[in-house]
Every structure is written in C-alpha cells, then in structure tokens.
Design a protein around this ligand. Structure first.
Ligand SMILES: [Zn+2]
Length: 146
C-alpha cells in the first residue's frame, strides 16, 4: 500500500491509499478518486514524498518476473519448458525447505545421492554454488505466472 498526498483542482489537500503506483495512475486517469471536500475528480499528487506502509511480517513486493512472448515459429519452446519442468519434477523428490541442507549433505556424502528439488533463498543458493554443489533453478512454466 502506498499513501499519496493529493490535491484537487480547487486546492483541497487530502490523503489516499493505493495498492501501487499503477493503481494510482489507473484510478486518477479514470476519475475514480474524488476530493472529499468538493467531490472534484481533477486530482493530482501534492508535492510530498509518498509514505510506504508495510505491516510487520508482510514481505516486500515480489521481484519482477522474467517473461517472454514467443513468435509463432517458436511456440513449441513453451511446451518444451513445461515438459522440462515436468521431467525434473518426475525425476526428483521434493524436500521442500530442507533443500539447501539436504543438497549439502548429499554433496558431502552424508546422505545418499539422489535427485531432489525444493525451495531455497537466493543467499543459500549462491552459497551452495560457491561450494561446488551443482544446483540449478527450476525451469518456470506458464502456469507459474500469477
Ligand atoms: Zn476539492
């Protein structure tokens, strides 16, 4: 949520909350925001830094995703990405959040060698790669979006 200080065409100042900058732009462009004093819909941002609100424990906005729109000739790649994902899922055991610990144990010979998949933080993934554990990111599928 972002709080913006707003001002109407008559100079009334007020504040309003928006889900995002995009949400603000959309609502202003479609005159969905009205001045609480005069009901005017000619609204602009007042000159003030927006306050960003984040409740304790609520994660920051997810990073942007890499996406592609393929041409007709390459449409099969979309199915290949999905197939690759499915093959990896079929070939591995899901160890969930234990991935980093388990991958390290396998690498160190403390656990039986077997294909696994799971979740890890970027920091843990980098540490594993630095230690020579040959992990790879799971290929994303169209269904992973959204
Ligand atoms: Zn007004």
């Amino acid at each position: 949520m972002i709080r913006f200080a707003l001002v109407c065409a008559n100079g009334h100042e007020f504040e309003s909350w928006f889900a995002s900058n995009e949400s603000y732009d959309f609502q202003i462009a479609n005159k969905l925001v009205s001045c609480p004093y005069c009901n005017g819909t000619d609204i602009a941002k007042a000159v003030m830094a927006p306050a960003v609100a984040r409740a304790v424990g609520v994660p920051a906005k997810a990073p942007k995703q890499n996406v592609a729109l393929l041409g007709a000739a390459d449409r099969g790649l979309r199915d290949m990405a999905r197939e690759l994902h499915q093959k990896i899922v079929a070939a591995t055991v899901d160890v969930g959040a234990e991935f980093a610990r388990e991958a390290r144990r396998i690498h160190d010979g403390e656990a039986p060698e077997r294909p696994i998949r799971g979740q890890t933080s970027p920091e843990e993934a980098r540490a594993l790669l630095d230690d020579g554990v040959e992990i790879m990111p799971m290929p994303a599928t169209p269904e992973d979006l959204g």
